[in-house]
Each structure stands twice: as structure tokens, then as C-alpha cells.
Design a protein around this ligand. Structure first.
Ligand code: NAD
Length: 499
């Protein structure tokens, strides 16, 4: 098998890596190296930033309608190339085809919103705020901005981070995840075909070295980061210290609260799909089912166990329910988490280490694992496990469930299943989590609503998609203007101007 050498995408061209450093890109479903990705040096990133900065003024000055048209062309090209793009995603991420196509469509919601950018960046205008003075505020693009992306959504997250940034007139640099760089390079060609001027869309590939330059270079004005919580915190601190606007999204440990009156068949289906889909490598995956009240968990367990044991794990080509995890290292840490859960006394109901997986030992597959009687403080409760290891926690009432969730460090998503409007209202009011569902498995907002968690799931005040993106990637100028007649009074006054 040939291992292709990937490039960066700078100034509208593929540019080979010059640092001499490369990373391996795997097909997680086979465990084979399929490509080498260049790791940019700081000087290479500097050159990319300079090219983006040079391209920025012409893009800023283009009419908002023409910019929106180019974003629309890009959307059309994405649809024309949907199957090819999904294949690239499957190849480098280990996802199933359904899942890859699903993430393309969800990512396109951000592009759709960006096509409407002219509506979102409209300013305000007041006449006669003082003698012959009118005032207005208007939004201007920031200049060079950057997105640093995770591996688990090779297309949806980068589109959510960048579409609006492009549409409102910035020059955008994407530092794709070094584990899934092929998707970012694929869409770079589509941006070019769509008519985006060279230099407005850049992909620099690399690791911490590339990120350090983006964090510290004074020509970069905003950073959108999505990844794990420890890295999100560093990005927020370092980026802010260097005077940048930073919005950094971290991990999740998301709960599904089940009240005794819920429809248990609906709950079981929702928990298994939202818990194990994409091998649980979703920041909004359900990690823990919190069964409320006497007997709820006991009634649910047989339903869930049967469905979990029936999950088909394997490559995209085999019509699997979920595929491989991203790397051998990820697989090892997930297996270690199962060991810790057992050692700490959680009850192992389904053991993924023993699941029959028919790939002859190839690829980074793990069977689904389920723990019952999990308690706060246990490793599997406190930590985001980015793999198919899920928990059941039992509580006596809703207050206890809310307390346990609010006490957790992370607060990305949460959902409640109930037929009681009162319980749902108490829950949505008291829960300290950014995205909340009622009788829905995964409460990811649609693209035209703002997306962000609370607590250590997000640093900074920005949202990832939704209208807030237009605010995050623009700066507001407020302009007061007066035009005098020749004959008007032009006296000098030292009083502080008041009206
Ligand atoms: P990661 O933090 O390892 O990497 C994310 C990005 O940061 C990559 O581009 C990587 O190259 C870079 N990076 C890694 N270490 C760095 C360092 N020390 N300094 C500078 N840059 C560094 O995350 P991942 O494993 O790629 O993605 C999975 C994580 O992302 C999970 O925790 C998941 O919950 C989270 N995630 C969150 C959201 C959200 O919306 N909150 C969405 C998707 C994924």
C-alpha cells in the first residue's frame, strides 16, 4: 500500500512541508498507516499567517453579498462531493458511512447560517443623537483568525468553527487535527473551486509547535479551539495572555436522567444510540444514565443490556453500528479505564473486552462496555472516556440527580426523559449544563442556535455555531458623525460634550 505524503494549503496552493517532521495518519479500521502529514515549523506557520494577512483587505472590502455567494458555491460543491468526502472521513477516522454523512449534513447547517451572514452583521443607526450628529455601530471582520480542531468530527467541527468566520470577511487558518488532516485538505480544494480568493482559507498541519505560533503571533486576532479540556484551558490562558479573543471548547461527561414515569423502550434506544454511536467519540455522547427512583434501573437494565450486547462493531464496509476508535493509544487508555472501573467496585454488566469482533485483530476496535452502580468519585464517573464505556448511576430522587450532575467538573450536554412537565421544568431551570434536552437523546442544537457547554467544557464566552459566531468573529465600531454647514457655529468649547 502506498503511503501518500500530505501537504499544507497556503495561499490557495498545496504546499509541501519543509520542517522534515511528519506524523502518521492511520486508517483506524485496519490499523495501517495511510499517509504522512507534515508538521509545520513556526516559520512555516508565520509564512502562512503573512499570506493570510496580505489577502485579508481585499476580502474585507468585497461586498457582503458577493462573499455570501462564494459561501453558497462552497455549499453546493460540498453536496456534489458528499459521498467522496464521506469516504475520506471514514478512511481516516474509522467512522461508519452513515455517521460520516450525518456529520457532513450537520456541518452544513453552519454553512447555511454563514450564507445568511449579511443579515447577522447588520449594525444599528440613530439620527440626531446630538446637534446635527448621527451615530451608528457596525461590525468589521477581525483580520487573520484561526481554528484549532479535534479529530472526532473531521468535517462538522471545522465547518462550525470557520464558516461564519470566512463569511463575515476574515482570513481563516485551520490547524486540523493531525489524526484527520485529509478531510481539511479535501475541502480546501472546494473553497478554491467556489471562488474564494487565495489566502482566505489556509490549512496548516502540525502539532503543538504550529499551535504555539498561532497562539503567540500578533497578527492572529481570534482563536476558536475545540478539543480536550486540559488543552482547551491552556489555549484559553496562553491565547488570552497574547491579547487574542479566545473561545475554547473542552470535553464532556453527559448524563441522561431517567424519571420513573419515562417510556423505558424509548429510553433504552436513546441511551444505546447516543451512548455508543461513533464508538462514543462525541463530545455530546451520553456517558452516564442516571436512573431516578426505586426500581427504575432494575426495570431498564434488561432492555439496555440486550441492545448493548447486540451492537455490531466493525468497519464501515460491514454495515456496523459503530467503528474503530482513533488510535491504538486511545484503545489502550479505554481498556485501562475498564480495568479501573472494575477495580473501584463498579458492576460490570457488559464487558467490551470480550465482545466478538470479526476483524482478525486488525484495527482499533473495542466492544461496548456497561457499568452499573457507578458512584461519584469513581474514575469512570469523573473522567471523560472517549470510547464505548458507559455508566449507570442510581439516585433516590431528581434533586440528588441534579446535585450529582452539577457537582461534576464538566457541563457540556444533558438530557432528561420524563412525562412530567413539572420535573422537566425543574431540571431545565436548576441544571448547570450548557445544552439541555427533554426526551431527546443528544441535545446538540441545530446550526442556527448557539452551541456551548458550561464549567470546564468551555473557556471564554463565545459559542461554536449559531448567531454568536457572527459576533465572535467581528469587532464593533461605534461611529458618531456630524456634517456642518459653512455658516454653522464652530466655536471651541472645553466643557465635556453632553446632550
Ligand atoms: P486534543 O485536545 O488532543 O486535540 C485538539 C487539537 O489540539 C488538535 O488539533 C491537536 O493537535 C491540538 N493539541 C493537542 N495537544 C496540544 C497541546 N499540548 N498544545 C497545543 N495544541 C495541542 O483533542 P482530540 O483528542 O483531538 O479531540 C477529542 C476531545 O475534543 C474530546 O475531549 C472531546 O470531548 C472534545 N470535543 C469537544 C467538543 C465541544 O464542542 N465541546 C467537540 C468535539 C470534541
Amino acid at each position: 500500500m502506498t503511503v501518500q505524503e500530505l501537504t499544507h494549503f497556503i495561499g490557495g496552493e498545496k504546499v509541501s512541508g519543509k520542517s522534515g517532521r511528519f506524523g502518521d495518519v492511520y486508517n483506524p479500521a485496519t490499523g495501517e498507516v495511510i499517509a504522512k502529514v507534515p508538521f509545520a515549523s513556526r516559520d512555516e506557520v508565520k509564512e502562512a499567517i503573512d499570506a493570510a494577512e496580505a489577502a485579508f483587505p481585499a476580502w474585507r472590502d468585497m461586498s457582503v453579498a458577493r462573499r455570501a455567494n462564494i459561501v453558497m458555491n462552497f455549499r453546493n460543491l460540498m453536496m456534489e462531493n458528499k459521498t467522496k468526502l464521506a469516504e475520506v472521513i471514514c478512511q481516516e477516522s474509522g467512522k461508519t458511512m452513515d455517521d460520516a454523512e450525518g456529520e457532513i449534513m450537520r456541518g452544513l447547517e453552519s454553512v447555511d447560517l454563514a450564507i445568511g451572514a449579511p443579515q447577522l452583521v447588520k449594525g444599528e443607526y440613530s439620527v440626531n443623537v446630538g446637534g446635527n450628529i448621527n451615530a451608528y455601530s457596525a461590525r468589521y471582520p477581525l483580520g487573520v483568525v484561526t481554528a484549532i480542531a479535534p479529530f472526532n468530527f473531521p468535517i462538522m467541527v471545522p465547518l462550525a468553527q470557520t464558516s461564519m468566520a470566512v463569511a463575515v470577511g476574515n482570513a481563516v487558518i485551520l490547524k486540523a487535527s493531525e489524526k484527520v488532516p485529509m478531510t481539511a485538505l479535501f475541502i480546501s480544494e472546494l473553497w478554491k473551486q467556489a471562488g474564494l480568493p487565495d489566502g482566505i482559507w489556509t490549512v496548516v498541519n502540525g502539532d503543538k509547535t504550529a499551535v504555539d505560533e498561532l497562539l503567540e503571533n500578533p497578527k492572529v486576532h481570534a482563536i476558536s479551539f475545540v478539543g480536550s479540556t486540559p488543552v482547551a484551558k491552556i489555549i484559553y490562558e496562553v491565547g488570552s495572555k497574547h491579547g487574542k479573543r479566545v473561545s475554547a471548547f473542552g470535553g464532556g461527561k453527559n448524563n441522561m436522567v431517567v424519571m420513573p414515569d419515562a417510556d423505558l423502550e424509548q429510553v433504552a434506544n436513546s441511551f444505546v444510540s447516543a451512548g455508543y454511536g461513533a464508538a462514543s467519540q462525541r463530545c455530546m455522547a451520553i456517558s452516564t444514565l442516571v436512573a431516578v427512583g426505586e426500581g427504575t434501573a432494575d426495570r431498564l437494565l434488561p432492555l439496555i443490556k440486550e441492545k448493548v450486547e447486540a451492537l455490531k462493531v466493525g468497519p464501515a464496509s460491514e454495515n456496523s453500528d459503530y467503528g474503530a476508535v482513533i488510535s491504538q493509544q486511545a484503545k489502550d487508555s479505554i481498556l485501562a479505564a475498564i480495568d479501573k472501573g472494575e477495580a473501584e467496585g463498579a458492576e460490570l454488566v457488559v464487558d467490551g473486552r470480550k465482545a466478538p469482533i470479526t476483524t482478525e485483530g486488525k484495527g482499533f476496535f473495542i466492544g461496548p462496555t456497561l457499568f452499573d452502580h457507578v458512584k461519584p468519585g469513581m474514575y469512570v464517573h469523573e473522567n471523560e472516556i472517549f470510547g464505548p464505556v458507559r455508566n449507570i448511576v442510581r439516585t433516590k430522587d431528581l434533586d440528588e440527580a441534579i446535585q450529582i450532575i452539577n457537582d461534576h467538573e464538566l457541563g457540556n450536554g444533558v438530557t432528561i426523559f420524563t412525562n412530567s412537565g413539572y420535573a422537566a421544568r425543574q431540571f431545565t431551570t436548576e441544571i448547570e449544563v450548557g445544552m439541555v434536552g427533554v426526551n431527546v437523546p443528544i441535545p446538540i442544537p441545530v446550526g442556527y442556535y448557539n452551541f456551548a457547554g458550561f464549567k470546564a467544557s468551555r473557556f471564554g464566552d463565545g459559542h461554536m455555531f449559531g448567531p454568536d459566531q457572527a459576533r465572535f468573529f467581528t469587532k464593533t465600531k461605534t461611529i458618531s458623525e456630524r456634517w456642518l454647514k459653512e455658516s454653522d457655529d464652530k466655536e471651541m468649547s472645553f466643557a465635556f460634550p453632553s446632550n
